[in-house]
Design a protein around this ligand. Structure first.
Ligand SMILES: [Zn+2]
Length: 271
């Protein structure tokens, strides 16, 4: 599943190729994704210039003078900028064609993604309005996080995966950040010291930043008609490693389920 680092890499991969271009046509081969594709994408978008491509949480925001196209990659979505004449393959549902005859082509085998149009300021959109701070921004720091953690008895792992608290910390990154910070994933959020929570904030930032840095090597794939932009695998210390030796202390990694999500931790290093 594309996580925040993949979405950030997609943003950086497509932005230089579509910013400043004008949309000439939109082809929708399959309009039923997680939600039906907004009809404005076919009726309003053609003729408009792409001003900017940005990311908020796992949403790509493609802004124009008349509104914003919101794209979520769902479970299996990907985007590439390719020659519009290249014959679409299976699962390549949408082309947004530009004045230089390239197109932004959306592929999504499982169709859990979405393409929505909003004419109103993007920060007022219902999907965006209530989101917590970006994990890599200065808005997410211990002063922001500490009072939120102190107010909750829930397991720390489910707290950091809550998009109202901080966005974009997926299941893998939550397990890895808690390992790095030495915090047991089931520990009640309000029962962790400020110093340890600060280590967690820094661990989240470091792990996501490293993943984005690794994704930088795939930027060329966004304009490559053969390959697909890959999802990059970073070295994992705990996630998916049940019963294997901890990379620090060699204790067997344990697995448990918190809020229906598989969680991995070292019973010796995390408490
Ligand atoms: Zn350990």
């Amino acid at each position: 599943m594309p996580e925040l680092p993949e979405v950030e890499t997609t943003c950086r991969g497509i932005a230089p190729h579509i910013e400043g271009k004008t949309v000439t046509a939109v082809i929708v081969r399959q309009k039923q994704l997680r939600w039906p594709i907004s009809p404005e994408i076919s009726t309003v978008l053609p003729g408009l210039r792409i001003n900017k491509v940005t990311r908020r949480a796992k949403y790509l925001l493609i802004s124009t003078d008349k509104g914003t196209l919101i794209i979520h990659l769902g479970m299996s979505g990907s985007l590439r900028v390719i020659d519009a004449d290249i014959t679409p393959e299976k699962h390549e549902h949408i082309d947004i064609i530009f004045n230089n005859n390239t197109c932004l082509r959306y592929k999504d085998p499982r169709r859990f993604g979405c393409l929505l149009w909003t004419p109103t300021p993007i920060n007022e959109h219902k999907l965006i309005r209530l989101l917590g701070p970006e994990p890599l921004s200065d808005a997410f720091d211990i002063d922001d996080f500490y009072p939120k953690a102190k107010a909750k008895k829930r397991p720390i792992k489910s707290l950091i995966m809550d998009g109202h608290i901080v966005v974009g910390v997926g299941n893998i990154y939550a397990s890895e950040a808690l390992f790095k910070a030495g915090i047991h994933p089931q520990r009640a959020a309000n029962n962790i010291s400020r110093a340890r929570l600060e280590r967690l904030v820094l661990a989240i930032k470091e792990i996501l930043a490293l993943a984005i840095e690794q994704g930088g090597t795939t930027l060329k794939d966004f304009v490559n008609s053969e390959g697909q932009p890959g999802y990059f695998q970073q070295t994992l210390n705990v996630y998916g490693r049940a019963k294997q030796a901890c990379t620090v202390c060699e204790s067997p990694i344990k697995q448990l389920v918190i809020a229906q999500r598989s969680t991995f931790y070292c019973p010796h290093c995390q408490h």
